[in-house]
Design a protein around this ligand. Structure first.
Ligand SMILES: [Zn+2]
Length: 695
């Protein structure tokens, strides 16, 4: 049976499919049924909750504070703007040219430094360390992708879907991020937080204030981003992470087709739900008129343009349905019709699972600013990776997402008067992932014809991000601590290294008779002989040893032999050469005990590969597969990345305050920010936080 991995990478970020029964996915399918069963009860609870003031469960435990401290924290405010993936070398060069005036102003009134990120330098890992003030061993998020030691299959590391315990119970989605996020001590102290689009906040937890979830929220089909390509060309085949629908190829100017919704749990086996749409082709005007069957019921979409959001209702039965929102993009009208429909997002006004706290906050926000993307990875990188969108269409889509975020920020800033305000803009990360090849002449995907126009789009986007800070600076007064940061830097991704193929070539991983890398089914370790395998790679840099009693087919005991395997991998991979480019691929391999401490270390990979800039783990190895060779050119449009040695991709940190003299600026770490914020607001820093206040 074929299931979709609920999936990610992420590099964040890429959706993939995995064959076989993944427990988490089965849970997701079951969850649709239980969602329907529980929908009535849930609505009742939601209405009740919405009537109640948003107070933390633990408010009665709030520590008694002295009057001075209370008054001081009431008056003080902290605004944090996250710009995901902003690269210091680009920022510094642009500052030097005077192209980032708002960031320059913050630096002038306070400070700027590069910011140490986490091992690995990944969005969900780094932002989880930002909010908990701990290394990943303290919050349990080590990668976008984890693995099930029983099945060895890759799994989404950010959330877990749990089967209901009875027919009447509801399935649950659980945030896997552990630790104490900074809004918990703030809530206990009676200080409100507004937390917008922070990764690993799905499902959102109760807090004093408001929260809108970010990276980790799936689309309506349980994927991290699955759009649909519509074409009259019957020779087209579906690509990774998309659905394909063939259109009638008649000569008329009107046709009908369907928007694909979630699978219907009422049917056995579960089948896709649909909403029928009627498409009129207006060739003279170069547009489509689409009768959506949803809301709005009629839209016009120009060729090479995106539509507004359309709300669809997918019916499971006469009485049961779920709504979702999607946008259309018209790729071409002639010589044959082709268009694209974005991943169907949870409807913020009625999401399948709560995407906000309080649960009705997302509806309130959509009532105020209009519908908005709820998907964790909202920018449609899959559409571009698969060639369904071109760079222009992708950048348009990024602009739409950024516009929604900006409206959200402005609306919330207007009513922000106390406590903590946090807003993350993911779009700079996504733009850099997909556009980097145009600025790197040595990238195998560099295109001399397109590059002159597209090479500077990343700088353009940085200028756009700088402009976002204008309304923020207007809000800053003498009682406000302003922090602008990125979670990691960025670089080129020219060559992909297949760790599993390397392990196989070095007799540390065995394939069954007749299986070969690149020939054997590509994902989920089909073909691996676990009885002769010492180590395997899953995720974006992690290597696990095949331990007895931990892995179901484990053969290694902790001790001399495990140590021999660790040393063999560390020495074999360090400075492994790329003979084609004459460059070293890997800077070092870290042991987890060197990197992590805390309650969740046991969930981390045993070893972490720290790549040199320009290299990254291969797409195949990340999901338990094998490439036919150890090193190959990265020809995907996903051409920039940051999952390399974290020492070489620090983030940026701007503050409108100067750090204390005893805090060496060049030593600022992402884990220092939560203690800094709590200290500024006069709240005791929890013992679990390892960082130290910079102020
Ligand atoms: Zn990224």
């Amino acid at each position: 049976m074929r299931f979709e991995l609920l999936a990610l990478y992420g590099g964040p970020d890429q959706v993939m499919t995995v064959t076989s029964g993944l427990a988490s996915v089965l849970g997701l399918l079951l969850l649709f049924w239980n969602k329907v069963v529980g929908i009535f009860f849930k609505m009742v609870r939601m209405f009740r909750r919405s009537d109640a003031p948003a107070t933390p469960k633990t408010s009665k435990d709030a520590p008694k504070k002295n009057l001075y401290s209370r008054v001081r924290s009431l008056r003080r405010k902290v605004i944090v703007i996250g710009l995901d993936g902003l690269e210091p070398s680009i920022v510094e060069a642009m500052l030097g040219r005077g192209e980032l005036p708002h960031l320059a102003k913050i630096r002038g009134s306070g400070s700027y430094t590069r910011l140490k990120t986490t091992y690995p330098a990944q969005t969900p890992v780094a932002w989880s360390s930002f909010v908990t003030g701990t290394n990943p061993g303290g919050h349990g998020i080590f990668d976008f992708i984890s693995r099930d030691p029983v099945t060895y299959l890759p799994d989404v590391a950010l959330t877990r879907f749990e089967r209901p315990k009875s027919m009447l119970a509801q399935a649950r989605v659980v945030n896997r991020r552990q630790g104490v996020p900074l809004w918990q001590p703030l809530s206990k102290a009676g200080i409100p937080s507004t937390i917008l689009r922070c990764p690993c906040t799905f499902p959102p937890e109760e807090l004093l204030g408001r929260m809108l979830a970010g990276v980790g929220v799936p689309d309506l089909r349980g994927s991290q981003s699955k759009g649909t390509f519509y074409t009259q060309d019957r020779t087209v085949a579906a690509e990774d992470g998309e659905q394909l629908v063939f259109l009638d190829s008649g000569t008329g100017s009107e046709l009908t087709t369907r928007v694909v919704g979630p699978r219907n749990p009422r049917t056995s086996p579960a089948v896709d739900t649909f909403c029928e749409v009627r498409v009129q082709v207006d060739q003279a005007a170069g547009k489509l008129v689409i009768h959506t069957g949803g809301s709005p019921s009629r839209i016009e979409v120009p060729e090479k343009g995106w539509s507004e959001w359309v709300r669809f209702k997918f019916k499971f039965s006469l009485l049961q349905s779920i709504t979702g929102i999607a946008r259309f993009y018209v790729r071409q009208i002639e010589p044959h019709l082709e268009f694209y429909v974005s991943a169907v997002n949870f409807d913020p006004a009625a999401p399948m699972f709560p995407v906000s706290a309080p649960p009705d906050y997302a509806k309130e926000l959509s009532d105020k600013i209009g519908p908005f993307s709820t998907l964790g990875m909202a920018e449609d990188h899959n559409g571009l990776n698969n060639g369904r969108l071109d760079e222009s269409a992708y950048l348009q889509h990024c602009d739409l997402v950024l516009g929604e975020r900006e409206r959200t920020m402005r609306f919330e800033l207007d009513r922000f008067s106390e406590g903590l305000f946090f807003m993350l803009f993911d779009t700079p990360d996504r733009v850099q992932h997909m556009l980097w090849r145009f600025r790197d002449r040595e990238h195998p995907g560099f295109e001399p014809d397109l590059s002159p126009e597209l090479a500077t789009r990343i700088e353009e986007h940085y200028r756009r991000c700088d402009a976002l800070l204008s309304p923020v600076l207007e809000k800053v007064d003498e009682t406000t601590l302003l922090i602008v940061l990125s979670d990691h830097g960025f670089g080129t991704f020219r060559r992909a290294f297949d760790t599993n193929t390397w392990l196989w070539k070095n007799q540390l991983l065995a394939l069954k008779d007749g299986c070969k890398p690149g020939v054997t089914p590509g994902e989920g370790f089909a073909g691996v002989d676990w009885s002769k395998t010492y180590a395997y790679a899953v995720g974006l840099g992690g290597i696990y040893l095949n331990f007895e009693r931990r892995e179901s087919g484990g053969i290694l005991e902790e001790g001399t032999e495990a140590e021999r395997v660790r040393r063999a991998i560390q020495t074999g991979l360090a400075d492994f050469p790329d003979l084609q480019t004459q460059r070293p691929v890997i800077r070092s391999v870290s042991r987890r005990e060197e990197l992590y401490s805390g309650a969740f270390v046991a969930n981390s990979p045993d070893l972490l590969v720290n790549f040199h800039r320009g290299f990254r783990v291969s797409w195949q190895s990340a999901v338990g597969g094998f490439s036919h060779c150890m090193l190959e050119d990265n020809m995907r449009r996903w051409s920039g990345d940051h999952i390399v040695d974290p020492e070489s991709v620090p983030g940026i940190l701007f503050m409108n305050r100067a750090p204390q003299p005893h805090q060496r600026q060049d030593q600022a770490r992402i884990i220092d920010l939560a203690p800094t914020i709590l200290h500024y607001l006069g709240v005791a820093v929890p013992e679990s936080m390892e960082g130290a206040s910079l102020l």
